[in-house]
Design a protein around this ligand. Structure first.
Ligand SMILES: *Cc1c(COP(=O)(O)O)cnc(C)c1O
Length: 380
């Protein structure tokens, strides 16, 4: 699904010296590279504070700890996403409230959020799924009306621009009260191991979070709050700082690949290609709302699992993200849930398929992939 080796081969001459700097300084933990990357990412995102940490799951957990959420507080998030989001809610003994998603964007459904809000609700966690910005204006309005925190899970959306109703743009991750991201190798900005970060424009919250990531210390050996140990190591920061200037170029390559995929599948009665917020294709000329972490088709009247097997036989990687709704996962089932409230997710898990998407896809590969997909669908 990704070509990390092909990408590394092209950027070896900028990544290796950055890593070597760390090796030669032996500042492996909290070295100058970590600080440098943090500053550069703050500038890139237009956010006041970036707090690096060990991975994207920690970032979500620490964001929730920083907001002071307490056991029993209800946190609303999407049923159709990676489990990390609901996992940390449950770990902190908060109450996860899973809600359905929109059938076109696959992002959290605004009406479903509204219906799920109770006096115990404290936060909403929208996920910019597959790289497409969630409907943030509507989510921020709801949050304001009900006095809720918004925690953006930006693990798949880094670099995307959200266009507000008034036409202004903000990078995803800089809109909510706090946001998290992951630098897992296959993410749009990936390191060569684990990494993550928390973003916030709230300086006071940033201060609290900087202590939490460091054992709850604000002064050496004074532990004011219960914290964790979650650090981005200097070698990973060196990789990320070398790659950050390439992020826009990389995202552009993904969007170009998506455009070619869309063209090949255009108007096919059994295939719905990805769509953006305003029912654009997410890659129109006026928005940059979709960074295509995944390129995901929604199929109609197609034997999806047959197609998966066919692609595997032709050595074309593909993925089903995600095959089981979170509310049906053993760890997260709850008799409060009603199947009628999850019609979209229950269907999407049977109809979606993600095709290879990365920065090194060439026209020949795209042609081979689309022809193989279309041959199967047209013959079955
Ligand atoms: C990858 C991912 C995470 C977790 O990131 P890790 O760095 O693997 O812990 C969280 N949420 C979403 C939506 C993700 O895609």
């Amino acid at each position: 699904m990704v070509d990390l080796l092909g990408q590394y081969a092209k950027i070896k001459d900028i990544v290796d010296p950055s890593i070597e700097e760390v090796m030669n300084s032996a500042a492996f933990i909290n070295g100058p590279k970590v600080h440098q990357f943090q500053k550069n990412l703050e500038d890139y995102l237009g956010v006041r504070n970036v707090i690096p940490c060990a991975n994207g799951t920690d970032a979500l957990q620490i964001a929730m700890m920083g907001l002071g959420l307490k056991p029993g507080d209800e946190v609303i998030t999407a049923d159709f996403t990676f489990a990390a989001t609901v996992e940390v809610i449950a770990l902190l003994q908060l109450t996860p409230v899973l809600v359905d998603v929109d059938p076109i964007t696959f992002n959290i459904d605004i009406k479903a959020i509204k219906n799920a809000i109770t006096p115990k609700t404290k936060a909403i966690v929208p996920v910019h799924l597959f790289g497409l910005a969630a409907n943030m204006d509507a989510i921020m309005d709801l949050a304001k009306e009900h006095n809720l925190y918004v925690i953006e899970d930006n693990a798949q959306g880094i670099g995307a621009d959200y266009t507000h109703r008034d036409g202004s743009k903000t990078k995803t991750g800089a809109i909510g009260h706090v946001a998290s991201t992951s630098f897992f190798p296959s993410k749009n900005l990936g390191c060569y191991g684990d990494g993550g970060a928390i973003f916030t424009n709230d300086d006071e919250l940033a201060h609290i979070i900087r202590g939490i990531v460091n054992h709850g210390m604000y002064e050496r050996y004074h532990h004011d709050v219960v914290g964790v140990n979650s650090r981005l190591d200097s070698i990973q920061a060196a990789v990320l700082d070398a790659k950050l200037p390439l992020l826009d170029t990389y995202n552009k390559a993904r969007r170009n690949a998506a455009r070619k995929y869309n063209e090949a599948f255009k108007n096919h009665p059994k295939i719905t290609t990805p769509s953006g917020l305003t029912a654009c294709d997410g890659i129109c000329d006026t928005c940059d709302c979709h960074m295509f972490h995944q390129y995901t088709l929604n199929l109609k009247d197609v034997n999806r699992d047959g197609l998966v097997a066919h692609l595997q036989k032709k050595n074309i990687p593909c993925g089903v993200y995600y095959p089981i709704p979170l509310h049906k996962q053993k760890a997260y089932t709850d008799n409060r849930y009603n199947e009628d409230d999850f019609k979209v997710t229950n269907h999407l898990v049977t109809s979606v398929i993600s095709l290879p998407m990365h920065t090194e896809l060439d026209d020949e590969q795209i042609e081979f992939i689309t022809t193989t997909v279309l041959n199967f669908i047209n013959a079955n």
